[in-house]
Design a protein around this ligand. Structure first.
Ligand SMILES: C[S@@+](CC[C@H](N)C(=O)[O-])C[C@H]1O[C@@H](n2cnc3c(N)ncnc32)[C@H](O)[C@@H]1O
Length: 232
């Protein structure tokens, strides 16, 4: 259960574990930082695998260093915790829409505990059951997607390029038979080639791109691509 012996770690839990954040974990979380408070609050929902909390937090804080304001559209959202954290980190974001063909039960449970702790979240995170390919992107949006499988990540980039809006993706499994790798596999591993091609594609579409990573101890799929369209 313990992640390491660091006594000042407010959340001393394995960051890659799929075990549920629940009451046992809550008892180990110390301090009043936003990070620790969100973690303890999510424990009340008792439904989310730990790694998904850490992924959402690490992505949200990196994205918020670059992109603030405007509506959030979270694609392939699953539980949608990322949307809520993005609003908690930037109250100038009016609302977020989570899009996924399937609404997991965890979404309602996560939002219920978060709204109880932060009433200002009430009514600001909506779930829409649907395919991301059909999404109508509102003006000024930030499109964001964590672990949209295979080519779904490319469909997120299609939407961003078409709508010329800010985008952040943390790609997942790379379908090597479907994803474009620009033939770079002779020089680098296939998934890296696919992500490098994604960056090149955004740059070719006149986006400024920033590459980052979240800690590999949380997930091996840890490359974060953030793109902002140039003004035209
Ligand atoms: C690996 S999960 C990631 C979920 C969440 N973003 C996370 O990090 O926990 C991939 C998600 O993509 C959703 N999905 C599958 N096809 C989709 C589509 N066409 N449009 C939007 N979401 C889709 C699935 O229902 C699933 O929730």
């Amino acid at each position: 259960m313990g992640r390491n012996a660091n006594p000042v770690d407010p959340v001393p839990l394995s960051r890659s574990s799929r075990s549920t954040l629940g009451p046992t974990a809550a008892a180990m979380i110390t301090g009043d930082t936003l990070f620790a408070t969100i973690a303890r609050t999510i424990c009340e929902a008792d439904c989310l695998p730990r790694k998904e909390f850490f992924e959402a937090w690490e992505v949200a804080r990196r994205v918020r260093r670059r992109f603030r304001g405007g509506p959030v559209v979270e694609l392939a959202a699953g539980h949608g915790l990322l949307s809520a954290i993005l609003i908690l980190l930037d109250d100038t974001t009016p609302h977020a829409t989570c899009i996924d063909p399937r609404e997991p039960q965890s979404h309602q449970r996560v939002m219920a505990v978060l709204e109880r702790r932060w009433p200002r979240l009430e009514g600001r995170v909506h779930f829409e059951q649907g395919r991301l390919e059909d999404t109508v992107v509102p003006p000024g949006a930030l499109l964001i997607s964590v672990h949209a499988c295979g080519v779904l990540t490319d469909r997120v980039l299609d939407l961003a390029i078409q709508a010329r809006c800010r985008v952040a993706v943390l790609p997942c499994c790379h379908a090597m038979d479907l994803c474009d790798s620009s033939g770079l596999e002779a020089w680098m591993d296939g998934p890296m080639a696919v992500d490098a091609t994604r960056v090149a594609r955004l740059r070719a579409a006149d986006f400024t791109v920033r590459c980052a990573t979240i800690p590999a101890e949380i997930t091996p799929y840890n490359r974060l691509i953030m793109g902002q369209p140039a003004e035209r």
